[in-house]
Design a protein around this ligand. Sequence first.
Ligand code: PLP
Length: 431
Amino acid sequence: MRDQQMSQAATRRLSKVLAGGIGSGGRIDHRGLFLTEGTGARVTDADGHGYIDYMMGFGALILGHRSAPVVDAVQAALGQGTMFGAACPAELELAERVVACWPCADMCRFTSSGTEAVQAALRLARAATGRDKVLKFEGHFHGWGDNIYVSVKASVHSGLNARPHALRMTPGQPETVLSDVVVAPWNDLPALEAILSDHGRDIAALILEPYPTNNGCMDSGAAYLQALRSLCDRNGIVLIFDEVVSGFRLGLSGAQGHYGVTPDLCTFGKAMAGGMPIAGFAGKRDLMALLEGNQVSHLGTYNSNAISAVAALATIDTLAKDDGAAFARITKYGRSLTDGFNEIFRRHNLPLCADGLGPVLSIFAAATPPERYRDTLTHDAALLARLHQALLAEGIWIFGRGNLMIGTAHGPAEMDETLEKMDRVASTLTN
Ligand code: PLP
């Protein structure tokens, strides 16, 4: 067992002054980890222990910790000012770059978080359609806004597979928001068609993670997304791809480029800016033009923050180099880890499997990967939690829910070490 004295002392101090001892509810699975430094694909804790980082800032650090292009760009920009609260060159350049990336985009706006970007996109869809209801999929996460933090997890109160109930995810969320959220099961077209035949004409937006990762990676393929596109067209619904995870990760044009299906609006964030806080939304001119003259409001003191914007420019330019070689690299490494894990799980006869497109992958506590969110409810959560903790003790840091984010800083050394440690951990899990 690693000595964790310094981390434990710091965690105790934190718990007295930082509510719950964590800065975000999403960090609960690694409460107690107190990190002091990050370089490339690795982080170091207060006791000097190293970890290979597969959290990568929840996906934000696609170029790794302290990537030189980002650090240099930020340092240079600091000489000019941290924020302006008015248009500046970095905002102009970033908007041009982002609009060029997204197939759906004629125009964009920036926010400080994915949660805000989702709120803005939903508001635009409501304003454009004059409808209030939003359709979302069970198991998909779109930030923590009251009106959409709904049915991210199912429970005994979740209703039939084909007709999930809308469930609040936290005390303090008003019950009233549920009347404007309709929930559908992911990857079940007949169920969705039935829901739309009841509610289709009341729904402003269909929002989804086109490559869902928040309850494990689930690739449902281009034909499914194309069918969603057609259903939205038929019902006058604004199709929103929430690309906060998939954007700048599956490729420069995100999931919409990967699958070749173009939404009306998209949201993005995380991987775009080397860990600096910036996100945004983009879409077709007719929708985005509603922001003209503040007809539809979208505000934010820190929007288009100058430092975050230069970090984003440096990140996007680095990712774009050599025809997107970075994406090919992370896909290759992600796939080799997936294959390696599956070989280890089979050899140790463990009910675990790995799956995913590569740049982000998931380990599931089941013999085969899920096709639908509710499949995951029967998975062995306790086994996944043991795996997560055992890997952490070996210096391999993955998401508590089993995801791994691959970045350009991961290389052959990290792959070999990870597989070797996974093999060791797997042998202990069989007992
Ligand atoms: N949308 C998706 C798909 C996400 O995964 C997240 C965060 O994990 C968000 C939106 C919210 O983004 P943020 O945490 O930047 O508010």
